[in-house]
Design a binder for this molecule. Structure first.
Ligand code: CP
Length: 305
């Protein structure tokens, strides 16, 4: 039985295979509409979500399966003090695969040790978000034609932004990728990501506090929200929340074929006027996420179509 806790649980070949299956799902949706008949997805969300939970549910329904679950800790017995391991053991008796989001780093890993069915990490605290990375990889693959040789700028809250951590891990395995890390001093990429996945692998990178300075060299700009829910005090959040705001004026500094990505939700870091720019790929990215989650469910359930 396989779980997906960290994007590195899959080899590059497996990621390429998931992209291939997602492409086939996009091209031939009818072929997959009954692939998960009589299968049930459990969505255990101890933290708020729009895209991840609903795209997982939409993915399973589009595969002919069914869904059960909860969308907040307070509507589960976690509110009475039940542990993650007990919850996982119990719910894995009711479904065939579990997607779990939790505010505590490592909670999905704990769940996987007590579950009788595959567990997917749908975001654990400030740690990882591997299925967002699947969405990101499909977006880059479709819109840039591959990964090799890209200069990828990651901008905003690189400290708490779990989508950034997982994306760096994944892209660090492709040749010729360069990272440009754009953040305020206080929100720099943590060493558990930078040391292991950038420095150790001698991947070229640059750090900057200025988005304008580095914009002209980027092939991909990955904007992120400052993660209010991970801050210990409101004052720091208020001081840092508007550190970067991407506007149509700033977009004039970018390459004509640069793409702008964002895991969403956005707060204020991308002006709505940028949505009209064809280089804004963040809404397309949300749909790619559904197709990659369909491919992932099939893989973890060992279903081939
Ligand atoms: N990108 C993402 O994880 O969005 P949600 O929090 O809405 O699931």
């Amino acid at each position: 039985m396989r779980h997906l806790i960290n994007i590195l649980d899959f080899s590059v070949e497996e990621l390429d295979e998931l992209i291939k299956v997602a492409d086939d799902i996009i091209a031939n949706p009818v072929k997959y509409q009954d692939a998960c008949n009589h299968k049930i997805l459990g969505t255990l969300f101890f933290e708020p979500s729009t895209r991840t939970r609903l795209s997982f549910e939409s993915a399973m329904l589009s595969l002919g399966g069914q869904v059960l679950g909860f969308s907040e800790a307070n509507s589960s017995s976690a509110a009475k003090g039940e542990s993650v391991s007990d919850t996982a053991a119990v719910v894995s008796g009711y479904c065939d695969i579990i997607a779990m989001r939790h505010p505590k780093e490592g909670a999905p890993l704990v769940a996987s040790a007590h579950s009788h069915v595959p567990v997917i990490n749908a975001g654990d605290g400030g740690h990882y978000h591997p299925t967002q990375t699947l969405a990101d990889l499909l977006t880059i693959h479709h819109e840039k034609g591959g990964f090799e040789g890209l200069t990828v700028g990651l901008c905003g809250d690189l400290k708490f932004g779990r989508t950034v951590h997982s994306l760096i891990e994944a892209l660090s395995r492709y040749k010729g990728v360069k990272f440009v890390l754009i953040s305020p001093e206080e929100l720099k990429l943590p060493s558990f990501v930078k040391d292991e996945y950038i420095k150790e692998k001698n991947i070229p990178y640059e750090q900057s506090t200025s988005l304008d300075d580095v914009m002209p060299q980027l092939d991909v700009l990955y904007m992120t929200r400052v993660q209010k829910e991970r801050f210990f005090n409101e004052e720091d959040y208020l001081r840092l929340k508007d550190s970067y705001i991407l506007t149509t004026d700033k977009m004039k500094l970018a390459k004509d074929d640069m793409i702008v990505m964002h895991p969403l939700p956005r707060v204020n870091e991308i002006s709505v006027a940028v949505d009209e720019d064809p280089r804004a790929s963040y809404f397309r990215q949300t749909l790619y996420g559904k197709y990659m989650r369909m491919a992932l469910i099939l893989k973890l359930l060992n279903i081939t179509v």
